[in-house]
Design a protein around this ligand. Structure first.
Ligand code: GAR
Length: 218
């Protein structure tokens, strides 16, 4: 069973390496504080890159931002321990990887089992894995000649882009597409899908059963 919230808002941490347009959609839909009726609130943003646009977006929204870079730590376990410390401080119930390019250490994956999700800009299990991020994903889709692509949101396990799939959206791939054009078409769907999934989790409508996920719709 994934994290649920009855009367309390689900407290969300977002991990992001880049510009953070997905983060922005989450901040807009799940702002910090108790004023909005949203079932979740983004209370922490962590980036591995000091200059990440995601951190600027966090600052503008008044959300706690932190830089935690794996290269600062002698071992993955210590990197994970720092992340877990931050998550404990902020009482995080759900971790969202939104354009996060580092592998999440096993101690964090274990602690946040079925409480950590990732968005990937292709239809997994195709076009995922180590090194598959940003335009590389869309270039691979075009090279292969796939006719459909689109975002996947899944629970995170210890492997890149693996773990139970929660939701996917399909978009057409056109012969004339550049990687940038395809990325833009997929990103538009990401911006709807990721907040939708966070809402489903925050309202207790996502159940994990082994490797499969059941969405409970009204
Ligand atoms: C998004 O397209 C996301 O799906 C992708 O990085 C982009 C981040 O954009 N993630 C991956 O490729 C992970 N494998 P954003 O910083 O504007 O949200």
């Amino acid at each position: 069973m994934a994290a649920t919230a009855k009367n309390k808002k689900l407290r969300v941490a977002v991990l992001a390496s880049g510009g953070g347009s997905n983060l922005q959609c989450l901040l807009d839909r799940f702002p910090p504080g108790d004023d909005s009726p949203a079932p979740a609130q983004v209370v922490l943003v962590v980036s591995d890159r000091p200059g990440a646009g995601a951190l600027e977006r966090a600052a503008r929204a008044g959300v706690h931002g932190e830089v935690v870079s794996p290269s600062e730590f002698a071992a993955a376990e210590l990197f994970g321990a720092r992340l877990l410390e931050l998550f404990a401080q902020e009482r995080i119930g759900l971790v969202v990887l939104a354009g996060y390019l580092k592998l999440v250490p096993p101690n964090v994956v274990a602690r946040y089992s079925n409480r950590m999700i990732n968005i990937h800009p292709a239809l997994l299990p195709s076009f995922g894995g180590k090194g598959m991020y940003g335009s590389r994903v869309h270039e691979a889709v075009l090279r292969f000649g796939a006719k459909l692509s689109g975002p996947t949101v899944h629970f995170v396990n210890e492997h890149y882009d693996r773990g139970p799939v929660i939701a996917q959206r399909a978009v057409p791939v056109y012969f004339e597409d550049s990687a940038g054009q395809l990325a833009a078409r997929v990103l538009e769907q990401e911006h709807e899908l990721l907040p939708e999934v966070v809402d489903l989790i925050a309202t207790g409508r996502v159940e994990v059963s082994g490797e499969r996920v059941r969405i409970i719709r009204d």
